[in-house]
Design a protein around this ligand. Sequence first.
Ligand SMILES: NC(=O)c1ccc[n+]([C@@H]2O[C@H](COP(=O)([O-])OP(=O)(O)OC[C@H]3O[C@@H](n4cnc5c(N)ncnc54)[C@H](O)[C@@H]3O)[C@@H](O)[C@H]2O)c1
Length: 279
Amino acid sequence: MKIEGRTFVISGGASGLGRACVEDICAKGGYVAILDMNEELAQDVVNEIGGGKAKFFEANVLETESIASAVKGALAWSEQTGKEIGGVVAAAGVSTPAKIIDRDGNPFSLDDFDFVMNVNVRGTIDLVRQCLPHIAKTKPVGEDGERGVIIMVASSAAFDGQPGQGKSILRYCAQFADISEVAYSASKGAIASLTLPMTRDLARYGIRVVTVAPSLFDSRMTAMMSDKVRASLTKVMEFPLRPGKPHEFAQLVTQGIENIMLNGVVLRLDGGMRMPSKM
Ligand SMILES: NC(=O)c1ccc[n+]([C@@H]2O[C@H](COP(=O)([O-])OP(=O)(O)OC[C@H]3O[C@@H](n4cnc5c(N)ncnc54)[C@H](O)[C@@H]3O)[C@@H](O)[C@H]2O)c1
């Protein structure tokens, strides 16, 4: 799928990995509808991109109606610009780290579990589900008749999830990155597992599905990491000995959009790092 001249819907596009995708797609001549809860951050991105190539639509992916009105706005915008919807990057996600039972033997909160599952799984599926009828009606392009691409975000936690809160390093890291626990791992595992059946459902429409599973990536919080914490994390890395950079994530996402042979796959993006049980 050629990025130039197409509109992509990106949830979580106001910050971190989603924001890097907005920047890359716009740099390649695409247009981006940013769906996010954080208006202030999203407007910063829109202003930085400039040229009317990115537009913010407020959405809380926990609420179907909120997604519906943002998708409606994004479609109206794409009609206005004449740049058809080419795909979705579902990057909105959360984590609330907790051990399944705490040190006093109390089980973790089901409300927290539901929250993580609802944002990361239901929110992803709801957004994709609401965009698909429109993508499926776009004019097929190229010799293969491609209509669109769905990019979802899993995590290395789908495969080697960390224990919940415990050591201070895990508590600290959980704020900014992919130090996971039961709910987060379950949610990202679900995204990885639904990639193939979704691919099979959508093949007849010329729509592909690609999931990216990053490990530890820089975000706003990473800048605050102490040398000690960074050194502990570096010990469990292979190469390179550093967290990934958002633009390296965006690079794989744009490749996922552009390379028609990428389909029905979960791509680990982790520099060979495997999260250990203990650090
Ligand atoms: N940074 C990492 O190390 C890392 C690693 C693996 C996977 N991931 C995944 O990548 C995705 C992006 O993470 P990030 O590090 O860029 O985080 P981030 O916190 O920088 O960005 C997440 C964005 O999602 C938005 N968001 C959160 N809840 C929302 C909701 N209910 N409705 C709409 N928008 C909502 C936030 O406002 C924010 O803009 C997430 O799915 C995360 O689980 C991140």
